[in-house]
Design a protein around this ligand. Structure first.
Ligand SMILES: CC(C)[C@H](C(=O)O)[C@@H](O)C(=O)O
Ligand code: SF4
Length: 469
């Protein structure tokens, strides 16, 4: 009998090219996603050394971080720094023969939304991108690593990556989610539980009834934020839902190849009795809608809760850091979460910029108006998400309620383009990071689900959407 293996072990073994005595391994990389921020020096490195891209067809390039989200962007990007990065990617893609989606292409969008949408992301593959949220692709049972710029160069040149194997961690979420509680709340709750270092050195496999019951969009939301839990990657065993999502996508296998692929994909699950170095179990049934209150994704609390008091934290460094977080956020301990008033709402990002997210937000916004103090924007994760939403009339719902309806990109998830918070503005955001300055200098971010963000836009403060009928 062979030793039972986890899903991570299996994908790892399938891609192992070489292993040194000290555990340093060379891993074959099937797919490489490239965006404009972390690639310029990598291409420069290739040029300097006279190398080409090893397998151009395995690489897909798209602009997302720097692109403005207003329709006039096709007439040129005004911000000099952004324009240079975007132009550099266009030039590099042409020079190295890479498939590239520019800002005028309907397939353009956030790299982690585009990959699955195109069927570029496939189960059992290894995927890398010079971007931490590459973990998103794990929702399809792909081993997806975020890598640094020098590794981007290495993968472009060799189609391999140097890695050491991580440990296996299982996060099992039992039972079904209650109404009004979403994939975003699951992952925020997990990070709240394990902390931002909880997954360090591990690849997390998510399993359990609540995970199986999620749509592919929901699974991507969970895997997306694995990185905020400190893990190397997140994984979910692919099932019929995953295959259904990928069927007939432009780059997914066709005909007989599809049948063969699915037959292999069905084997991609952890064996009975496979060893996990660490296991965490959560009960979905008991999860509430969650809101972050501080400047780390682990600073989370139920919408029914109050801002915690750092004075209650026994450990000194942590106490000081959470105290600083509260000062930054302009919050007093004991304040009810539902009494926190907001100024801005951002619905989008690779965490929650997919069609299902926009549907959930639109459901809250329908027939209601954005609060007079609040400025709210919806930024679809890709041109195809935008087109789908428009076909369903969601753009009208948002516009009639007073939301802005924008062009796809990373937008206000991070302040690398024109969309940003002003100092001390408070934002309900569906993105994944709430660090100081993340959405703009001195801006204040509260991480929530799309439905919670839309409801907050209307109420002007956080509300428990379970009470909203
Ligand atoms: C710009 C990029 C390198 C960065 C990342 O790696 O995640 C960005 O996408 C982010 O979300 O902070
Ligand atoms: S949407 Fe945000 S988290 Fe995702 S890739 Fe863009 S900047 Fe990074």
């Amino acid at each position: 009998m062979t030793k039972p293996r986890t899903l991570y072990d299996k994908i790892w073994d399938d891609h192992l090219v070489d292993e040194q005595d000290d555990g340093t391994c060379l891993l074959y990389i099937d797919r490489h996603l490239v965006h404009e921020v972390t690639s310029p020096q990598a291409f420069e490195g290739l040029r300097d050394t006279g190398r080409r891209v090893r397998h151009p067809s395995r690489t897909l390039a798209v602009v997302d971080h720097n692109v403005p989200t207003t329709p006039d962007r096709v007439n040129g990007i005004k911000n000099e720094e952004s324009r240079i990065q975007v132009e550099a990617l266009a030039k590099n893609a042409a020079e190295f023969d890479l498939q590239y989606f520019n800002e005028a292409d309907i397939r353009q969008g956030i790299v982690h939304i585009v990959g699955p949408e195109q069927g570029f992301t496939l189960p059992g593959t290894t995927i890398v991108c010079g971007d931490s949220h590459t973990s998103t692709h794990g929702a399809f049972g792909a081993l997806a690593h975020g890598i640094g710029t020098s590794e981007v160069e290495h993968v472009l040149a060799t189609q391999t990556l140097i890695q050491k194997k991580a440990r296996n961690m299982l996060v099992r979420v039992d039972n079904s989610l209650p109404e009004g509680v979403t994939a975003k709340d699951i992952i925020l709750a997990i990070i709240g539980e394990i902390g931002t270092a909880g997954g360090t050195g591990h690849v997390i496999e998510f399993a359990g009834q609540a995970i199986t019951e999620l749509t592919m969009e929901g699974r991507m939301t969970v895997c997306n934020m694995t990185i905020e839990g400190g893990a190397r990657a997140g994984l979910i065993a692919p099932d019929e839902k995953a295959f259904e999502y990928l069927k007939d996508r432009p780059m997914s296998p066709k005909g007989e190849h599809w049948e063969q692929a699915v037959a292999h994909w069905r084997t991609l699950k952890s064996d009975e009795g496979a060893h996990f170095d660490k296991t965490i179990v959560l009960d979905a049934q008991s999860l509430p809608p969650i809101v972050s209150w501080g400047s780390s994704p682990e600073d989370v609390i139920a919408v029914t809760g109050v801002v915690p008091n750092p004075a209650d934290i026994p450990e000194e460094t942590k106490r000081a850091s959470k105290k600083r977080a509260l000062a930054y956020m302009g919050l007093e301990p004991g304040t009810k979460i539902t009494d926190i008033e907001i100024d801005r709402v951002f619905i989008g990002s690779c965490t929650n910029g997919r069609i299902e997210d926009l549907r959930a937000a639109a459901k809250m916004a329908e027939g209601r108006k954005v609060h007079e103090r609040v400025s709210a924007m919806v930024v679809p994760g890709s041109g195809l998400v935008k087109a789908q939403a428009e076909a369903e009339g969601l753009d009208k719902v948002f516009l009639e309620a007073g939301f802005e309806w924008r062009e796809p990109g990373c937008s206000m998830c991070l302040a690398m383009n024109d969309d940003r918070l002003k100092p001390e503005e408070r934002c309900a955001s569906t993105s994944n990071r709430n660090f100081e300055g993340r959405q703009g200098y001195r801006g204040r971010t509260h991480l929530v689900s799309p439905a919670m963000a839309a409801a907050a836009a209307v109420a002007g403060r956080f509300v428990d959407i379970r009470d909203w009928k």
